[in-house]
Structure formats: structure tokens, C-alpha cells
Design a protein around this ligand. Structure first.
Ligand code: C5P
Length: 242
């Protein structure tokens, strides 16, 4: 299925995951400035630095994906999502396992924040099944579906709740695009440019494969951040998929 992101320039569809300490993250943001448009801040960096780390990237012109994977009762999540959006974040995540009422609460929180941000709305993404989980670990917690079936079921919950989209592996992206439709955000990590070191990722795809499968955005960390020349690594990926 076609998607509405197909004509967006590649550099606006690549999110660089800055999984390191503050100084290194800011240094990388300087090196990638003017090229990359998005950075991802995960829990490690955020809990170490707080909202000022989002501000540090926003000041340098980046859009920020704040990946805190919220999961709590709806009342708490409405407030958390609002606070997360008020940091200036442009994209936030929550676990779909929290259920439809929780996801709707997250969306309300983000909508409330938008009123205080000149109408600027953060994208809301649902986490389906962590890629660290397999059939056995799902069974251990009482879920007797395959990971793929569970992902599809939870994507349906995400859709019904009206959030913007999901985080998923590139392998799942095509099936999710069918479920979620052409407008949905489908953000895929586990990306390795052809020939790059897989590291601890197992179900990997190249940037081009992920986009072909219907990803709206791809998340790439170490193939860019650990490269001798991160800016050149970023440019090579953009050229590959453009
Ligand atoms: O360095 P690498 O490209 O593997 O970084 C991928 C990023 O995407 C990391 O920040 C990781 O936490 C995140 N991620 C992932 N797999 C998921 C969800 C998030 O690799 N299923």
C-alpha cells in the first residue's frame, strides 16, 4: 500500500538514535547539523539529563523523538504525555499494552500540550511487542499468540484509539501498513545499511527495504553514531534511498 510519506525527502525520514551520554550526544548533533532532521532521545539519556536535553537539540534545529515508552493508568498517562510534549518533543511513545483508554488519554494529553505550543502537535506512537520478546517469553506472560499475531492485534488497538501510528520492525511494516492505512506513522528501528555490522540487532533490514515495506521513518543509531565520520555515513544512507 502506498503511503503519504513517499514524497518526503529521505533526510526527513531518518531518525538518528543518540544512545550515549550528554556530551557525546550534543557533539554528534553538532556533526550532523544541517543534514539530519530528527534525533531520538531514549530513556537512558532523558533520565540522566531531563527536559534540557530535548531543548539542547531543539535549539540546534532538530525534531526530537522522545522515546520514553509510557505505560500506566490513563490519568497518569494523560499528564505524562502532556508533560513529554511540553518538553518540545515532536514524537513520543507509549505501550499499546496499556489498552485503548490509556492510548486515548495519551492523545488527549498531547492535544492539550499542542494548545500551549502554538498548535504544534507531537506524533503519538504505540509500541506493540518489544523485539526482545519471542514466542516463549510471550507464553510465559500468558500470551499464546505468535509475536506477529500479537503485533497485529495491538496495532488494531492503536488504530482504534486514534494515535498517530506504531513502532515496528521493518519485517512487520508491510502488514501494519495494510491495517493502519496510508496516513499512519510506522517507525522502524533495527536498520542496517548493506554491509554494516548487525551488532545486537537480529531481525534487520536495510534502509531501502524498510521504506519499500511501508515504513514512514527509520531509526538508525550505531551505523551513524559509531562511524568514523557520522555526517558522511548519514549522507551515504540518504543517497542510497533517494
Ligand atoms: O544502534 P541501533 O541502530 O541498533 O539503534 C536502534 C535504536 O532503536 C535504539 O535506540 C534502540 O533502543 C531502538 N529500538 C530498537 N528496537 C526496538 C525498539 C527500539 O532497536 N524494537
Amino acid at each position: 500500500m502506498e503511503n503519504v510519506f513517499a514524497n518526503t525527502p529521505a533526510e526527513e525520514r531518518i531518525i538518528v538514535a543518540l544512545d550515549c551520554g550528554r556530551d557525546e550526544a550534543v557533539e554528534l548533533a553538532e556533526k550532523l547539523r544541517g543534514r539530519a532532521k530528527w534525533v531520538k532521545v531514549g530513556m537512558t539519556l532523558y533520565y540522566a539529563c531531563g527536559p534540557s536535553i530535548v531543548a539542547a537539540f531543539k535549539q540546534r534545529g532538530y525534531r526530537v523523538f522522545l522515546d520514553l515508552k509510557l505505560h500506566d493508568i490513563p490519568f497518569q498517562i494523560e499528564g505524562a504525555a502532556k508533560s513529554a510534549a511540553l518538553t518540545g518533543a515532536d514524537m513520543i511513545t507509549m505501550h499499546t499494552l496499556g489498552g485503548q483508554a490509556m492510548l486515548e488519554a495519551a492523545q488527549r494529553g498531547v492535544n492539550a500540550a499542542a494548545k500551549e505550543r502554538n498548535g504544534q502537535t507531537a506524533v503519538t506512537l504505540g509500541i506493540t511487542v518489544l523485539t526482545s520478546m519471542d514466542e516463549n517469553s510471550l507464553s510465559q506472560i500468558g500470551i499464546e499468540r505468535t509475536p506477529a499475531e500479537q503485533v497485529k492485534l495491538l496495532a488494531g488497538v492503536a488504530k482504534d484509539s486514534g494515535i498517530s501510528g506504531v513502532v515496528a520492525s521493518a519485517q512487520e511494516a508491510a502488514a501494519l501498513r495494510e491495517i493502519l492505512g496510508p496516513q499512519a506513522y510506522i517507525v522502524t528501528p533495527g536498520i542496517r545499511p548493506a554491509g554494516a555490522d548487525a551488532g545486537d540487532q537480529s531481525r534487520i533490514a536495510t534502509p531501502a527495504q524498510a521504506f519499500e515495506n511501508g515504513a514512514s521513518h527509520i531509526v538508525i543509531g550505531r551505523p551513524i553514531t559509531k562511524a568514523d565520520d557520522p555526517a558522511a555515513a548519514f549522507d551515504t544512507i540518504v543517497a542510497e534511498v533517494s
